[in-house]
Design a protein around this ligand. Structure first.
Ligand SMILES: CC(C)(COP(=O)(O)OP(=O)(O)OC[C@H]1O[C@@H](n2cnc3c(N)ncnc32)[C@H](O)[C@@H]1OP(=O)(O)O)[C@@H](O)C(=O)NCCC(=O)NCCS
Length: 174
């Protein structure tokens, strides 16, 4: 079974091993906790959880929730959902960033995980569209977005800027 679970203290041991091994930057998915010690992750996890409630955010950051993608009892991916846009997100990384462990790629988990992340985002995000950005040399991620109803809104030299319709939990789904 596949599910998305917000970062939490009960799952700290599995969350730690996953986060420690995610690279620092792969295709623009940034992991500031790469290689972190178990001791330091204890505090980092508190901050991750607080960020979700809008607390202990770096200057200029909006609240963001870190979700882990679980396949049964194993974490195989991470989806970061920013709760709203600020100027840098609007013109940059957008609402959602994601990562699937290399050994689980090419099996549809990125596509299914983004579908689950969109369900979460649609309960939080006030904007009419979910904004995403993908490097032009990352066709797998672009497909993940397009499979989830994304359309390329515009592009620059390096990236496509993709938008996915948002409908709020209190609105009828199309
Ligand atoms: C991008 C990423 C999330 C994709 O995850 P995934 O689980 O492999 O995605 P899926 O299995 O759902 O595959 C998505 C599509 O990409 C296609 N694909 C995979 N590798 C590809 C490649 N090298 N070139 C073209 N298409 C590719 C798959 O065939 C699939 O298309 P299909 O459903 O039409 O067959 C994963 O590679 C990853 O975590 N990469 C590192 C971090 C990253 O790039 N994050 C996104 C930043 S925008």
């Amino acid at each position: 079974m596949l599910c998305l679970k917000a970062a939490n203290r009960e799952d700290i041991e599995k969350e730690y091993l996953f986060v420690r091994d995610v690279p620092e930057d792969e295709n623009g998915f940034i992991n500031e906790y790469h290689g972190i010690s178990r001791e330091d992750f204890d505090d980092a996890l508190d901050i991750i959880i607080m960020n979700s409630r809008g607390l202990r955010l770096p200057e200029g950051y909006v609240p963001a929730t870190t979700y882990f993608l679980w396949k049964n009892d194993k974490i195989i991916g991470q989806f970061n959902v920013r709760h709203c846009l600020c100027e840098s997100l609007e013109n940059g990384a957008g609402h959602i960033g994601y990562y699937i462990s290399p050994e689980y790629r090419g099996m549809g988990y990125g596509t299914q995980g983004l579908q689950l992340a969109l369900e979460k985002a649609r309960k939080i995000v006030p904007e009419d569209e979910i904004y995403l950005r993908v490097h032009k040399d990352n066709p797998a991620s672009l497909k993940v977005m397009l499979h989830n109803g994304g359309r390329i809104h515009h592009e620059d030299d390096e990236s496509y800027f993709v938008r996915i319709p948002n409908w709020h939990f209190d609105k009828k789904q199309p």
